[in-house]
Write a protein that binds this ligand. Structure first.
Ligand code: 5GP
Ligand code: ZN
Length: 117
């Protein structure tokens, strides 16, 4: 039974059923380090509300989620002192989505040779 709240790995992180290194949490959103860091500080930001991707997302979920992003980006900037930061989001298998609970990748950038892009 793929893609349900019961077996969704990010819903399990939200429910505390599997561990994650959380960097931010409020009533609508959670941010935690990606298990596979493409650069130091690579973070995922997700809505607590299970939506598969952008095509399913209500405007309200989008606005509460995006309201957290500047705070999280600035926390990563303070902690890791990157030169920049990419925000990426894959929607659909053909676009590279592998976990079917909406997520933003926050990828701190350290310049040439930082391992990404
Ligand atoms: P996508 O390919 O769907 O855009 O990104 C999914 C991301 O989730 C990948 O970068 C992958 O490393 C990360 N990921 C998958 N499973 C887990 C997990 O159990 N914990 C954490 N922290 N990240 C995960
Ligand atoms: Zn989910």
């Amino acid at each position: 039974m793929p893609h349900t709240v019961d077996d969704c790995i990010f819903c399990k992180i939200i429910r505390g059923e599997i561990p994650a290194a959380k960097v931010y949490e409020d009533e609508n959103a959670v941010a935690f380090f990606d298990i596979s860091q493409v650069t130091k500080g690579h973070t995922l930001v997700i809505p607590k509300n299970h939506v598969e991707n952008i095509f399913e997302m209500e405007a309200e979920t989008s606005s509460t989620l995006f309201a957290t992003v500047p705070k999280i980006a600035n926390a990563l900037k303070a902690e890791f002192e990157p030169a920049g930061l990419n925000i990426l989001n894959n929607n659909g298998k053909q676009a590279g989505q592998s976990v079917f609970h909406y997520h933003l990748h926050l990828i701190p950038r350290y310049g040439k040779g930082d391992g990404f892009g």
